[in-house]
Write a protein that binds this ligand. Structure first.
Ligand code: PPY
Length: 282
């Protein structure tokens, strides 16, 4: 049976992405994103699902950096999930905000509720956990007046109450999750894809004026639509960057190989991180 690893425990947003995309496969939770990625790389599991980018907070640096610098696993799919953050507490324990002494969650969840926390919980200690569901689990095991930021599935998984709904600072909140696998033939998804993407990792030749402009023109004159461009440090010194570019189409036989050849002729290094379908959970 195909096994799928995810950032756990049960009740994370990642688990919501997995449940909405895969059928009855064996699902294995991991405590951290690197542990999940390592497990795919070593073959302990067939497929891994990890968060990549949130509409409010941006890229999950841990995921992208781990995939660039530590472990290269092809991206075989993307899942886009709507995100609603709630404040979760143990039942019958808390009647007003002022009683809550600590708020726990994943750093990305805390960042998505920054304004809310600033206005309502300046009195409280805010603490980072490995995931939102881990925070919910901690709250359920504690007899202190503390709260977690997480989703409705975590509230029911750990028997918590929703003290305040929808505390994320901006309404159109979505997260992109990556499906990673060395064995694309094992990826069996129960949804229709809504499109295709290709993600490229590009290293520029050093100190060449106009290099980024030339890179972008290679896409532009072929009318290739880009949905994201981001720079990340190469970690070799200040001012050295990779560019990560998402193109809104699959790696075809003509256009994208043409871009790759053109960029290599300019002295760039080009790596294809994946060409994959996109699934939207609505
Ligand atoms: O901690 C979780 O529930 C995750 O899956 C990571 C995450 C955190 C915040 C928004 C989306 C995903």
């Amino acid at each position: 049976m195909t096994s799928i690893g995810y950032l756990g425990p049960k009740g994370t947003f990642t688990k919501i992405a997995v449940d909405a995309t895969f059928n009855g496969e064996h699902k294995e939770d991991y405590k951290t994103i690197p542990e999940c990625i390592d497990a795919v790389d070593s073959g302990e599991i067939d497929i891994g699902v990890v968060p990549l980018e949130n509409a409010i907070e941006g890229t999950v640096q841990l995921t992208i950096d781990y995939l660039i610098h530590q472990v290269r696993i092809p991206v075989v799919g993307e899942i886009v999930v709507p995100i609603q953050m709630h404040l979760l507490v143990r039942g019958n324990m808390i009647s007003e905000e002022a009683e809550i002494e600590e708020v726990h969650s994943h750093s990305h969840a805390i960042a998505q509720c920054q304004q809310y926390l600033h206005h309502h919980f300046n009195h409280a200690k805010v603490a980072v956990t490995t995931s939102t569901a881990r925070a919910a689990e901690m709250v359920s095991n504690s007899d202190k007046p503390i709260a977690a930021i997480g989703n409705r599935a975590a509230a029911s998984e750990y028997g918590l109450e929703i003290f305040k709904e929808n505390i994320h600072d901006y309404p159109n909140n979505h997260t992109r999750f990556l499906i990673l696998s060395h064995q694309p033939e094992k990826v069996n998804i129960k949804r229709e894809a809504k499109g295709e993407k290709t993600t490229l990792l590009i290293t520029l030749p050093s100190d060449k004026a106009g290099a980024l402009h030339q890179i972008l023109s290679a896409f532009a004159w072929r009318k290739l639509n880009l949905s994201k461009i981001e720079s990340r440090p190469t970690k070799t010194g200040l001012g050295n960057y990779f560019f990560i570019i998402d193109v809104n189409q699959s790696y075809d036989d003509i256009l994208l190989p043409g871009v790759k050849a053109e960029l290599e002729a300019l002295g760039c290094q080009v790596t294809i991180l994946g060409s994959y379908p996109v699934y939207d959970i609505l």
